[in-house]
Each structure stands twice: as structure tokens, then as C-alpha cells.
Design a protein around this ligand. Structure first.
Ligand code: PGA
Ligand code: ZN
Length: 411
């Protein structure tokens, strides 16, 4: 592939914060990728931009592009990203891309991949999968709180999620839209003072407790069962590291009569919620460094024969070494995959493959600050990732869901 130019510039994301867009130009056209960014960021994630600032990351991405062109580095296939990463490693030897920035690497590599796909006259998912596509269902964020809204009057849990048990993304998305509207109505009748404010991912954010929200969603689950004959599986992203400190989980509203839970109380509280509300998915219920309590919770789920995914997001940070530790300790049966938590797409693919090999379900995910980019939709379809977590509404989230549905419909 002959690369003519690599450009990088600043754009604004859905939170109006600066992020990077990288464009790779070849004889086949221009291929671009913009990177998202998180708010509830794991301690072990790649640094999104250089410690010297976003402009530094932008200049470095362009610099790497120039080296690829002048040194005539041959880039034809996915594995050739190794050559790009070697150049980056010459400039940045830190573990978390503190000099280059994980977002800059993700955007550069994704644009190179799109250009490679075009050389083969293929879409990105076809190029990466050799044509075999997998079904991907949307995990939609309906109601939320935590760090995704700037207020004290909110649920402690960051996200209340929906995963309709359908065969197709298009059917699930219809149901998610139905529930989203119903949830608005029921939420307003429970919290009369609610002004319809939303979190960064467009989830409704009333002044209700975790339990009040779960009660609302349970009611809607019944309605969905009657109307669509589908089980509306319910999930949570507890993002518990955001309210954990020195062995204690600090809640705004009392849980089981207490505002502060110790580690074992937290495990038991979550286990009770899974049982009582028949939850199918629970993300980051435990602090990001506590692999052992994660394992206790997963063990409890298995012992009680509950059908629930215990998912690590901040726990794993899309890192191979952390996933290996979680496998060894039996901490999770699902993981979040956020390419920009890692930076490297080669490493991200290794994480996905290692998870699948160990019967751990990978869930690819957007970030709370998003762009219109749909790279993760292609990665999900190509890499056999069965679930995409990307909100229900808003143009940045819909860009990803619509892409899955478009490809799903293709013969
Ligand atoms: P973030 O949160 O994108 O703000 O990091 C999303 C999540 O915790 O899953
Ligand atoms: Zn999360």
C-alpha cells in the first residue's frame, strides 16, 4: 500500500472536549478515525494524550506517518501494525503511552486498517474477518448516574443497562427504544421534580435511588415480555471504583440500611441484587484492584446457579496481563473491550482472543465522550464479539448501532 499523506488534527467530542482525528491518504482515497475519551477512567488505562498535551500527540502521529512514507515501510495486513508500533516504541517506551497517547495510536492504526481494507476493495469488517460476520447485540444505557452526571442527586450506579434477548441487533434496538421512552414516563411519575436531564451518554438521570430505578426497569421488563415476547435482560455498570476508598464503598443513599459497605458486604449486596432482580450483566461491581472479591462474587453466582455476566472494565483496562491475572484468579466471565484503553489494536485483538479462548465474553464499548466514528462496530463483527455497549440514542451512539444493523442486513 502506498501512503501519500498522514494528517492529524483536533476535533470536539460529544462532551465538547478536544480529541484527535487521524486521516491516512492513499491512491484509494482518504481514511479517517477519531478517538473517544472516558470520564470514569481506569487507573491502569493508557494515557489518552501525551503528558505534553494533545498537540504533542498530534505532531507525533504526523511524524510517525512521515517515517512510514520516507522509510517505505510496507503495510499490507493487520499484523503489519507491528511495524508502526515499533516506530512508536522508539519514541515512547512508557507502559501507558504517556508520551504518544493511546488515543493517537488507536486513531492512527484504525485509519491505516481502513486504508488497507480499501486496497483489497473490502469493508473494514470483511478485511479483518475474511468475510465471516458474527451477530452483535446492543447493550443500551437507559438510566444513569455516577460520574456521568455532575450532581449529588442521582443514582450511585453509573449505568442501568438493557440487553433484549433477540437474535438480531435491529430487533434489540427497537426494544431498547421502546423501553427508553417508557422509562422516561415512569421515571417522571416517580420523581416529579425531574427536569429530564441526561448523563453524558443520554441515559435519563433522575433523583432516584438504585433500587427505585431497578423497580422501574423490572416493571418495564414485564411489559416487554407481554408486548414483544422477549426477555429484557437487565444489567448494571456499577463503576464502583468511583465510590470506593480504603476498603469501603460509600453510597449516597443507604443500601440495606447502610451508606458504607465493607468489601464482603459489597459482594453480598451485589449478589442479592443479581438474585432479586434477575440481573444478566454486572460491570465493575468491585474496586479495580480487587481481583479476589471479584472472584468471590463470581463464585457466589455459580453456586447459586444464577445466569449473570460478571464483567471487568476498570479491572482489566483491555490489557493482556490483567486479563491473565483475572483468568488465573477466576475473577470474571465477561470483559469490556475499549481499544483506546490500550492504544494498540494488536494488543486489543490479543485480549479479545484470550478472552474467547477462556470462555470469557468480550463486550466492546464506546466511551462516555464519543465521536461519529464507527470503527468499534467493525471490530465487533470481525472479531466475534457478541455484545456492543454503546448507548441507545444520540448521533454518536446511533452511528455505531446503525453500522451494525447495516452490515447485519447485508447478504
Ligand atoms: P467512561 O465510562 O467512558 O466514562 O470511562 C464508561 C464505562 O465505565 O463503561
Ligand atoms: Zn464501565
Amino acid at each position: 500500500m502506498i501512503i501519500k499523506r498522514v494528517e492529524a488534527k483536533k476535533i470536539l467530542d460529544s462532551r465538547n472536549e478536544e480529541t484527535i482525528k487521524v486521516t491516512v491518504e492513499t491512491s484509494k482515497g482518504k481514511f479517517e478515525t477519531s478517538a473517544p475519551s472516558g470520564k470514569s477512567i481506569g487507573k491502569n488505562e493508557a494515557r489518552p494524550f501525551s503528558k505534553n498535551g494533545i498537540d504533542f500527540s498530534i505532531n507525533m502521529a504526523v511524524e510517525i506517518g512521515k517515517r512510514i512514507i520516507y522509510e517505505k515501510i510496507n503495510i499490507e495486513k493487520f499484523e503489519d501494525l507491528e511495524k508502526v508500533e515499533k516506530l512508536v516504541r522508539d519514541m515512547d517506551k512508557t507502559e501507558n503511552y504517556e508520551i504518544f497517547g493511546g488515543n493517537a495510536l488507536f486513531a492512527l492504526e484504525s485509519s491505516l486498517l481502513k486504508a488497507m481494507a480499501a486496497e483489497h476493495k473490502k469493508e473494514l469488517w470483511q478485511f479483518l474477518s475474511k468475510g465471516k460476520k458474527s451477530t452483535v447485540l446492543p447493550l443500551g444505557n437507559c438510566i444513569g448516574g455516577g460520574k456521568h452526571i455532575d450532581s449529588d442527586k442521582k443514582p450511585d450506579f453509573q449505568e442501568f443497562l438493557l440487553l433484549p434477548d433477540t437474535k438480531k441487533c435491529s430487533d434489540a434496538q427497537k426494544i431498547n427504544n421502546f423501553v427508553y421512552k417508557k422509562a422516561k414516563k415512569l421515571t417522571k411519575s416517580k420523581d416529579k421534580s425531574w427536569d429530564f436531564r441526561q448523563t453524558d451518554e443520554h441515559a435519563w438521570s433522575p433523583n432516584l435511588s438504585n433500587i427505585e430505578v431497578l423497580d422501574i426497569l423490572s416493571k418495564i421488563r414485564e411489559k416487554v415480555k407481554n408486548k414483544f415476547k422477549v426477555d429484557l435482560r437487565i444489567g448494571l455498570d456499577i463503576a464502583s471504583s468511583s465510590f470506593y476508598e480504603e476498603g469501603k464503598y460509600n453510597y449516597i443513599t443507604p443500601q440495606n440500611g447502610k451508606n458504607v459497605l465493607d468489601k464482603d458486604e459489597q459482594v453480598n449486596f451485589i449478589l442479592d441484587l443479581i438474585e432479586k432482580y434477575n440481573l444478566y450483566y454486572v460491570e465493575d461491581p468491585i474496586d479495580e484492584e480487587d481481583f479476589e472479591s471479584f472472584a468471590k462474587l463470581l463464585n457466589g453466582v455459580k453456586k447459586k446457579n444464577l445466569n449473570c455476566l460478571i464483567c471487568g472494565d476498570d479491572l482489566i483496562c483491555t490489557k493482556v496481563e490483567r486479563l491473565k491475572k483475572a483468568i488465573q484468579k477466576n475473577s470474571v466471565n465477561a470483559i469490556i473491550v475499549k481499544p483506546n484503553q490500550n492504544g494498540s489494536l494488536l494488543e486489543t485483538k490479543k485480549v479479545v482472543d484470550l478472552a474467547l479462548k477462556n470462555n470469557i465474553i468480550p463486550v466492546i464499548s464506546h466511551r462516555s465522550g464519543e465521536t461519529l466514528d464507527n470503527t468499534i462496530s467493525h471490530l465487533a463483527i470481525a472479531w466475534q464479539i457478541p455484545i456492543i455497549k454503546t448507548g441507545i440514542t444520540g448521533k454518536e451512539r446511533l452511528a455505531k448501532i446503525k453500522e451494525i444493523i447495516r452490515i447485519e442486513k447485508k447478504k
